[in-house]
Design a protein around this ligand. Structure first.
Ligand code: FE
Ligand code: FE
Length: 278
């Protein structure tokens, strides 16, 4: 499935915008047959995210030599994308970015956290470079060790080739207990990619939010504690704190991009150089 095919596929049924605000329990409802593209996305994700695939994607993308571009420019560039893995929104990515950031700002969060909310999904520009959505979006999980049954649609791992590698099927797999997540290869996607683009410019708390915001099996379900170290445990408090701005801001009214642009351009300039390598 090419990125553009995925994007077309995701343009279908639109929930009435401005409809009554969703209740919190109604988010991340993967039973929602209304979006069959979500389960199809996870079928491809769980079948294809092997340790070998992750290592190959890292080699392919982490040289950051695809494009030189500023953060606001990247937001505008990414605005063409709808995320197939997300049962909660049909809004454009720039709307999601601004809704998350504005929710954090309303709560009086520090400026670096508001900025983090704004940019957290920018790694999705991978999809605009032709990457299939299974290699861009969706919940993330470690590869090279046993899959937790707390991962969404765990049964879909049955066709992942790593099933047949005994060394990858123990709780720790190729890792050591307590080795720390920095030493663990996560399934490849927008979290990991953006982390590498911005890692020199933001505080550690922000980097954790960016790198692990899709790691629901850990930050929501408490799985994979055996691979974490002290720093991970401390920093996951911030990953959890960030989550509501990502998740529950999606039902908010569409933001006025033009009106908000000056504020966010200034905030971006406070932390980032004019251009970043992607
Ligand atoms: Fe995300
Ligand atoms: Fe998001």
């Amino acid at each position: 499935m090419s990125g553009s095919a995925a994007m077309q596929e995701a343009t279908a049924p639109v929930e009435a915008r401005g409809a009554a605000k969703k209740k919190e329990a109604e988010f991340r409802d993967y039973r929602a047959e209304a979006r069959p593209s979500v389960k199809e996305l996870y079928r491809l994700n769980h079948e294809n995210q092997t340790l070998a695939t992750v290592l190959a994607k890292k080699k392919q993308f982490l040289s950051l030599d695809r494009r030189v571009m500023g953060v606001w420019e990247a937001l505008e560039f990414m605005d063409q994308l709808v995320d197939d893995s997300d049962p909660d929104t049909e809004n454009s990515q720039i709307a999601h970015a601004l809704q998350s950031a504005e929710a954090a700002r309303r709560d009086g969060q520090p400026r670096w956290l508001v900025l983090t909310a704004l940019i957290h999904d920018l790694g999705k520009i991978l999809a605009l470079w032709g990457e299939p959505q299974w290699a861009v979006v969706g919940d993330t999980f470690p590869v090279g060790c046993a899959w937790s049954d707390k991962i969404v649609f765990p049964e879909l791992f049955a066709k992942n080739p790593d099933t047949h590698v005994a060394a990858y099927q123990t709780a720790c797999g190729i890792y050591e207990e307590g080795c720390g997540l920095d030493n663990v290869h996560m399934s490849w996607g927008h979290d990991e990619f953006l982390y590498h683009v911005v890692k020199d410019y933001l505080p550690l708390e922000a980097l954790y939010m960016i790198r692990y915001h899709s790691f629901y099996p850990a930050h929501r379900e408490g799985a994979y504690g055996h691979l974490m170290n002290e720093q991970d445990r401390e920093m996951f408090a911030w990953v959890k704190r960030f989550n509501p701005y990502d998740l529950y801001s999606k039902a908010d009214a569409p933001p006025d991009v033009k009106k908000l642009e000056p504020f966010y351009r200034e905030l971006i300039a406070e932390y980032f150089p004019r251009e970043l390598r992607w």
